[in-house]
Design a protein around this ligand. Structure first.
Ligand SMILES: [Zn+2]
Length: 133
């Protein structure tokens, strides 16, 4: 059962490595969190459960990064945006597989994955790419 898994970022990445986008829902008040929190910050309940989200959403905002942290230098310049999934849950991440000039606010993006790399974080990385229709 998904509820038996700890409500940690590490477990969240474990789900990502299985190709699942998961969020946490409070069983007391219904609040949802992405990424997960170990306790509901709305009602302070610890009665939480994992829920799966459809891994496609809409681009809310983005920027083009030219000066990046060292481990992301290889990607410069890259697009970094915030995608809104169902229930208003939002996740930031890199936007790839698209010309920067073609990125538009409101466009549909899907979560995609690449294998974990040697340096930190060892968890699988994710990014967003256009939905292919
Ligand atoms: Zn709650």
């Amino acid at each position: 059962m998904a509820e038996a898994q700890p409500f940690t970022i590490e477990q969240w990445y474990n789900f990502l490595s299985e190709g699942k986008l998961m969020a946490v829902r409070c069983r007391n008040c219904g609040a949802k969190y992405l990424p997960p929190k170990p306790v509901c910050t709305n009602c302070y309940s610890r009665r939480l459960e994992w829920i799966s989200l459809k891994p496609t959403g809409r681009l809310i905002t983005y920027t083009i990064i030219h000066v990046a942290p060292e481990r992301f230098q290889q990607f410069v310049p890259y697009a970094y945006g915030i995608v809104e999934f169902e229930d208003g849950l939002r996740l930031p991440g890199m936007i790839r597989d698209i010309d920067h000039g073609e990125i538009q606010i409101g466009m549909e993006l899907e979560l995609s994955f690449e294998p974990a790399v040697e340096d930190w974080p060892k968890w699988p990385r994710y990014y967003f790419r256009p939905v292919k229709h």
